[in-house]
Ligand binder design. Sequence first.
Ligand SMILES: C[S@@+](CC[C@H](N)C(=O)[O-])C[C@H]1O[C@@H](n2cnc3c(N)ncnc32)[C@H](O)[C@@H]1O
Length: 221
Amino acid sequence: MWKLKQLLKRIAHLWRDRRACARTRKIKRNWATRLQDLPLAADGRRLLHIGCGEIEATGYVNLDARPGSHVHIVTQDLFRLEMIPEHAFDLVYMSHVLEHVSHLKVTETLRELRRILKVGGVLRVSVPDFDHILTLYQATDHDIRAIEQPLMGAQDYAFNYHYMIFNDGHLRKLMLNSGFREVRAWNPQDCDHHDFEDWASKTISWEGREYEISLNIEAVK
Ligand SMILES: C[S@@+](CC[C@H](N)C(=O)[O-])C[C@H]1O[C@@H](n2cnc3c(N)ncnc32)[C@H](O)[C@@H]1O
């Protein structure tokens, strides 16, 4: 009985994945015609939310490695977004996703994100800040358990592992080396198109204290 239940669950997952992949292929084939079906921000801007997870933010096209009814594009290859033409978006937003990309592929990924942005468009990124992780490590008297999740990911599903670390200087350098300009900090409480809560503003709780974790940097194409 248990095995049958597992098998049915597996078939349901495969069916959901097949439908998501078919939907993504359709977007690739008919980008121009599909654009009219894809969400558009109230100010007419095209917004892409990469690694949206459960979040369904107003006006955003949602992309994630995991399918969901609100996910328009399902892919894990962020360095090869072939289904999206160049100059497609005004804003590409990704919170706590870039650290899920291999350090060997980060520059290639940033260049790919630049390709799909319009000239003048913005790449807005939030990642765990290695310097904040160090502060947390020191404040907890070098307790490894406190930094396991922010450093290596919660590891509770296939796409929740970290392959890259960042600090402010390194992320800025990577963005500049990938062709971006005007690299600057952004604030989730005070920026456009951010009326939802996500990891960009969350803190890590450890033994009754809250610790900042995110590095929030954006750059212009
Ligand atoms: C830690 S969650 C962050 C969710 C949300 N952005 C937030 O800040 O609360 C990471 C999300 O990125 C997705 N993800 C991880 N690796 C990915 C990849 N290579 N391509 C696309 N999505 C990925 C995961 O499925 C998950 O939804």
